[in-house]
Write a protein that binds this ligand. Structure first.
Ligand code: PRP
Ligand code: MN
Ligand code: MG
Length: 193
């Protein structure tokens, strides 16, 4: 049947859970940055939904979008972080809040933290919907955490497999037969569907 929900093994965080986390963190950021105008740095593509939901609860702030990628749609990090699209504004002396959907190996975040500090950011904090601490390969700390997520491959609410499932309103575990090579013939999700 033509239904993305059928590809999900189980839901980890419902739309309601996520909305509550966005409100909690957005309000916390509004308090912590009172009197300042931070730049919200949204990390495309994954953090698009999380960014707009959190920023609704914040105060004076600017938003910028950066596109970094290392998974290339797959289930494992390639180990190489690519800067697909950079920001054009000057961030020297600014307070930056990086918005991520998930921090896993920490490579993407480490890459951006180093780059922003080198460019002279005044401060850099990180707000991520999911923190997969068991996945860490390099040191990268999340300051505002929506949920600590177990080491499973999750999709939905911005998180993709082959660029699909980002538009699911919840985060869930993808069924093994959808991505395991030995089961690739069972479920066919080629884009021409
Ligand atoms: C995913 C996710 C984070 C990053 C986390 O992005 O959105 O940005 O990987 O993984 P890491 O901690 O192991 O670096 P991805 O490379 O899949 O690009 P996308 O956001 O465009 O899907
Ligand atoms: Mn991403
Ligand atoms: Mg991805």
């Amino acid at each position: 049947q033509w239904d993305m929900n059928n590809d999900i093994e189980r839901v980890l965080y419902s739309a309601e859970d996520i909305a509550a986390a966005a409100k909690r963190i957005g309000e916390e950021l509004a308090r912590d940055y009172e009197g300042r105008t931070p730049i919200i740095l949204s990390v495309l593509k994954g953090a698009a939904l999380w960014t707009v939901d959190v920023m609704r609860h914040m105060q004076y702030s600017e938003v910028e979008f950066i596109n970094v990628s290392s998974y290339n749609g797959g289930v494992a990090s390639s180990g190489e972080v690519k800067l697909v699209t950079d920001i054009t504004s000057d961030i020297k002396g600014r307070d930056i809040i990086i918005m991520e959907d998930i921090v896993d190996t920490g490579r993407s975040l480490r890459f951006m933290l180093d780059m922003l500090m080198e460019r002279g950011a005044k401060s850099v904090k990180v707000a991520s919907l999911l923190d997969k601490k068991d996945g860490r390969v390099v040191e990268a700390n999340v300051d505002y955490i929506g949920f600590d997520v177990p080491k499973e491959f999750v999709v939905g609410y911005g998180l993709d497999y082959k660029d699909l499932y980002r538009n699911l309103p919840y985060v869930g575990v993808l069924k093994l037969e959808v991505y395991a090579p030995e089961h690739q013939d069972v479920v066919d999700i080629t884009p021409e569907h």
